[in-house]
Design a protein around this ligand. Structure first.
Ligand code: AMP
Ligand code: MG
Length: 307
């Protein structure tokens, strides 16, 4: 399926498909999303089917405005408004108590719902046209690499959608930071480009649970992974295929940016490039430590974890 140019009639087409209970692929600032009407359980079921996503993995509801959050949650936890003012629209997802309007298929039966306002103008335009909340995980088969360009959408997912809107490369490149506000001290369930420090500057102490110990729903040891084995190494050898920081020594090495923002932006496209070139395994040079690298570390650890 050819991605459509992001012009009004095509956005309208995407909105109409969503209104009819179909799936569409939309660009967001994080990664491309596979969208369905969050209030329609049959439409949401198509997301799980298209991705092969287990039904115990809850989805994020995307909305266009703060007022829309109140349609999905009757209770705004402490700090919610401050966070919204500081980070929305943008790549921060908050987990809050859900209200009865949220179908249980969206939350995998939990009594909380994950919500965010994305900052991509095309995603916002389609949200406005439909007036909906959109359940929208990444548009890739379960466990695989998230697409950050329209040409990286897997045909097995594309086969389930009415259309794909091409918004060019995603600005952020990895999934949103997920922050649980539903129970006591706020907890980062998934690190992203918005860091713990940035969140603490707005609402005070947050808990950062080590990803290996995190037992949140929909958290898996292996995730965000290329189809070929990947390994974390201090330094790639000259003949290795992989993601490196210094000079490349063969054409199956990709030089990665030395700052976390640009690294995150490039990560999934670089891995999918190597996957597409048919290399046998991918060596990923360990990124620097430091909290601003937490989102990248989470993704490369999961991409290299055993099943
Ligand atoms: P994604 O897979 O990028 O669509 O992000 C969805 C992730 O957000 C899930 O895999 C969960 O880890 C997290 N999430 C969504 N809803 C909830 C919830 N109600 N409680 C805790 N985590 C959630
Ligand atoms: Mg995903």
């Amino acid at each position: 399926m050819r991605p459509l140019r992001p012009v009004e009639p095509n956005l309208r087409r995407a909105a109409n498909a969503l209104l009819a209970g179909e799936l569409v692929v939309l660009p967001t600032e994080t990664v491309y999303g596979l969208a369905a009407d969050a209030a329609n359980p049959e439409a949401v079921a198509k997301i799980f089917e298209a991705k092969g996503r287990p039904s115990d993995n809850p989805l994020i509801v995307h909305v266009a405005q703060m007022e829309a959050v109140e349609l999905w949650s009757d209770h705004m936890p402490k700090g919610m408004l401050k966070l919204a003012r500081a980070f929305w629209p943008g790549p921060l997802t908050v987990v809050v108590p859900k209200n009865p309007r949220v179908p249980s298929i969206v939350t995998a039966g939990l009594d909380t719902v994950a919500i965010r306002i994305p900052s991509h103008s095309l995603a916002l335009a389609v949200l406005e046209m439909t007036g909906m909340g959109l359940a929208m995980p990444s548009a890739n088969p379960f466990m695989g690499l998230s697409p950050t360009r329209a040409d990286r959408i897997d045909p097995s997912v594309a086969a389930h959608v009415a259309c794909i809107i091409d918004g060019g490369p995603c600005r952020v490149g990895i999934e949103s930071t997920v922050l649980d506000l539903s129970d006591g001290t706020p907890k980062i369930l998934r690190p992203g480009t918005i860091t713990a420090e940035e969140i603490e500057a707005v609402i005070g102490t947050v808990e950062v649970v080590d990803s290996a110990e995190r037992k949140a729903p929909g958290m898996y040891k292996r995730h965000y992974a290329p189809a070929v084995p990947a390994l974390l190494v201090k330094k790639a050898a000259d003949g290795d295929a992989g993601l490196v920081f210094g000079y490349t020594t063969n054409e199956t090495q990709i030089q990665m940016p030395s700052d976390p923002v640009n690294y995150a932006k490039k990560l999934y496209v670089a891995l999918s490039d190597l996957e597409g070139r048919g290399v046998e395994r991918i060596m990923i040079e360990e990124p620097p430590t430091g909290t601003e690298w937490a989102g990248v570390w989470d993704r490369v650890s999961k991409a290299t974890a055993a099943l």
